[in-house]
Design a protein around this ligand. Structure first.
Ligand code: HEM
Length: 442
């Protein structure tokens, strides 16, 4: 679709409207991006313009459009973060690097995130998850799943990075939460009493602490088999990463690899509690599981992946992202000027006409036959193209381990009368945080 037309400047802009001065249609968009896009799709078709979050925007809907957006990274599109996020994430971290620098950093990090590398992390994930689940099961009454899962996922992310090192988990967790709270404020005002100001202070404390941990490690001659060791180990023909870059990368990984898996796992546990037939099938899938979990053992239970995929289809942990055009481009006969925003509409894709009765939780959608027939661009929980999620294998292995243990050893019930209506931003979750009672079943 990106073939330069003879005179692109004569092509029309996509149909649509730009709303109020300055605000544009932002408020409507923030209320529910899915309803927002769906209403305009009906009125204007799958390509329309708007004005959201301070910039003119071109919405391009449908699987082919998504593929076009993913393929455009570094060519006619680059990713775009709000100014708050730019200040809170390190400018030197993967998420903010662009073009050739981004590709180079990806090449450096990719081997640490390959599926095969995950083999070594399974025992640590199993032992941490078991410790937390046992604690939940021993509670006399019910508890709120969301914050409990956040603690567990944070510890797992730390163990991926620091392995056996002694890390002050409560200290990091406290600063980390203040820092992430700042990532999603609508207006980034740096004053001591604002959420954003506190987030910047927390970032400083966290960076100082992480820097000490990395410096301590650099003194060792042998690096252990964890992520930090692997980042510090020098490889033939490669510039070593600076300590500053490593610290910023660690901070990014703690962020990207944490609330995402929490969202997916908590929402899936909720769906399973509400769908006893599916839960039963899940239990049958893990019935033969014995001894410590391994990557091969997990692979032998493909229904786990079906459950996780359907959970993320129904409620994608990251509902969307943004790109911005780096030059004038043409899409399907429309001109999209340089500097326009182009949303990556993941939630829209997962609820499109390619998913009949999309609101129904049904893991059979991901049976092997259905997988073969699926159109590319209709299931994209991890994004696509050069910016596809770096941690997707880690996330899948982590969630599979948790799910296998939960299905095999525990039962859980929802506390009646809780408010299960959803908040969508920053991560889709029920207002109650999911109140549960969890018990051992064997
Ligand atoms: C990027 C989803 C877990 C690290 C992304 C993107 C998505 C995504 C959609 C692309 C954003 C964009 O296009 O701008 C998810 C989901 C997860 C998950 C659904 C879990 C269920 C993880 C984990 C890690 C991780 C566990 C690391 C340990 C990253 C990084 C990027 C990224 C570093 C940026 C990649 C780049 O800019 O090149 N993730 N993620 N993610 N993810 Fe994940």
């Amino acid at each position: 679709a990106d073939t330069p037309s003879p005179a692109p400047e004569n092509l029309p802009l996509p149909p649509g409207r730009t709303g109020l001065p300055l605000l544009g249609e932002t408020l409507d968009f923030l209320r529910s991006s899915r309803d927002f896009a769906e209403r305009r799709r009906r009125q204007y078709g799958p390509v329309f313009r708007s004005h959201v979050l301070g910039a003119p925007a071109a919405f391009l809907l449908g699987p082919d459009a998504l593929q076009w957006i993913f393929a455009g990274e570094g060519k006619y599109l680059k990713n775009r973060w709000t100014s708050g996020v730019r200040q809170l994430l390190g400018a030197n971290s993967l998420a903010l690097l662009e073009g050739e620098e981004h590709l180079e950093r990806r090449r450096l990090l990719a081997p640490h995130f390959s599926y095969a590398t995950m083999r070594g992390f399974v025992p640590a994930i199993e032992s941490l998850a078991t410790r937390h689940f046992e604690r939940w099961a021993a509670l006399p009454g019910d508890f709120t799943l969301w914050p409990a899962m956040r603690e567990l996922a944070f510890e797992i992310a730390l163990s991926l990075i620091f392995g056996q090192d002694r890390v002050d988990v409560p200290f990091l967790m406290r600063h980390f939460q203040a820092w992430t709270a700042g990532l999603f404020v609508p207006l980034a005002v740096n004053l001591p009493w604002t959420t954003f100001g506190r987030a910047l202070a927390a970032k400083k404390a966290m960076i100082t602490y992480l820097d000490e941990l990395v410096a301590e490690r650099q003194k060792r001659t042998e690096q252990p088999p964890d992520l930090l060791g692997s980042l510090l180990r020098h490889r033939e023909g490669e510039e070593p990463l600076s300590r500053e870059a490593i610290v910023e990368e660690l901070q990014l990984l703690l962020f990207a690899g944490h609330d995402t898996t929490v969202t997916a796992t908590c929402n899936l546990m909720l769906q399973l509690a509400q769908h006893p037939d599916v839960l039963q099938k899940g239990r049958e899938a893990v019935a033969g599981m014995e001894g410590p979990l391994t990557l091969d053992g997990l692979r032998a239970m493909p229904y786990l992946v079906q459950l996780i995929h359907e959970g993320m289809r129904l409620i994608p942990p990251i509902g969307g992202a943004f790109r911005v055009t780096t030059r004038d481009v043409v899409y399907n006969g429309y001109r999209i000027p340089k500097g326009w925003m182009v949303p990556v509409t993941i939630r829209m894709a997962h609820s499109s006409e390619h998913w009949p009765a999309w609101e129904r939780f049904d893991p059979e959608r991901f049976s092997s036959e259905s997988n073969e027939q699926r159109k590319p661009g209709t299931f994209v929980p991890f994004g696509g193209g050069p910016r596809i999620c770096l941690g997707q294998h880690f996330a899948m292995v982590e969630m599979s381990v948790m799910l296998a243990l939960l299905l095999k050893h525990y039962t859980w019930e929802l506390v009646p009368g809780q408010d299960l209506s959803y908040i969508l931003v920053p991560f889709a979750r029920p207002r109650s945080g999911i109140q549960l009672r969890l018990r051992r079943r064997d």
